[in-house]
Design a protein around this ligand. Structure first.
Ligand SMILES: [Cu+2]
Length: 140
């Protein structure tokens, strides 16, 4: 496949995806953005388990640095964290351990992107397919 065409299609799919997700109306109060500390950093804690992330909905502000303290529950199952969005400037892939890992990023623009674990055992469905998925929502 022509790489330029692939990119155009990927962008289109992304734009459509953001548009659809952005049109959802949420009534709960869990959409409040993470508080910004005195040092100007938004700190969020994220825990991965079998097969979920807690919380599964993170809200942060665009243009403000984020420190994500991510870890996994104890056990033999490996987990990672993937957050990728070209327009938001995010390209994150980190293995999770039971000790918190600090992941730093600054989302460029508002929008929504899925974060997920793409670990899988052999031919079995990935953890993402088993529901180890959340939404990072970036607001103004
Ligand atoms: Cu996992």
């Amino acid at each position: 496949m022509n790489i330029a065409i692939f990119h155009r299609r990927a962008w289109l799919a992304l734009l459509i995806g953001v548009g659809v997700a952005g049109s959802q109306v949420r009534g709960d109060t869990s959409t409040d953005a993470a508080p910004v500390a005195d040092d100007g950093v938004q700190r969020v804690t994220l825990v991965g388990g079998k097969y979920y992330f807690e919380p599964e909905h993170i809200v942060v502000r665009a243009g403000v640095p984020v420190e994500l303290q991510a870890r996994r529950r104890p056990g033999l199952t490996p987990h990672n964290l993937v957050i990728r969005s070209v327009p938001m400037g995010l390209d994150i892939e980190a293995s999770l351990t039971t000790e918190p890992t600090t992941i730093r990023f600054t989302p460029r623009i508002p929008g929504r992107v899925e974060f997920y674990c793409d670990e899988r055992l052999l031919f079995l469905p990935s953890h993402r397919d088993r529901g180890m998925v959340g939404v990072l929502e970036v607001v103004e």
